[in-house]
Unconditional design. Structure first.
Length: 145
């Protein structure tokens, strides 16, 4: 992997997104159904990101009896994404290098960077997992040659 290659070489292109108006019950189902930790929040354009950690902080606590279960179900139906999402989101463009993404991950405490086109429309997302997967794939390829 050449670190100067564009981030589009390794980004995840199949974005699963939510609206800022979606209820957290839908978010819970998406996190449960898919094996990822970040959802882009898109209302015509990117307005935020919601991480599994954001959701778990909302859900914090445990359910010990039926009354708690009803309260938790109510909270999941009534609270919406906008109330817990992160709105200040760092982004990269499709021509930005993998190296820039690595530097951003190293310098900050976030774990996902949306990739947006010139009109700020999301076209992908990159995480440290994507970078590690690309490195591992390259390593396996070099060993098998």
């Amino acid at each position: 992997m050449n670190l100067l290659d564009p981030i589009t070489c390794i980004m995840t292109k199949d974005i699963i997104a939510v609206s800022s108006r979606d209820c957290l019950q839908e978010v819970a189902q998406l996190f449960k159904r898919h094996k990822f930790h970040h959802l882009l929040v898109i209302d015509e354009s990117l307005v935020g990101i919601l991480s599994m950690n954001d959701y778990l902080l909302f859900k914090k606590g445990f359910v010990s009896h039926d009354t708690d279960k009803r309260i938790e179900l109510y909270r999941h139906k009534k609270w919406i994404v906008k109330e817990i999402m992160t709105t200040k989101v760092a982004t990269l463009g499709p021509n930005d290098s993998i190296e820039i993404a690595i530097e951003m991950f190293k310098a900050n405490l976030f774990h996902a960077i949306p990739i947006v086109d010139d009109d700020d429309k999301p076209i992908g997302i990159v995480t440290p997992y994507d970078i590690m997967s690309a490195l591992l794939k390259e390593r396996i390829k070099s060993i098998s040659c």
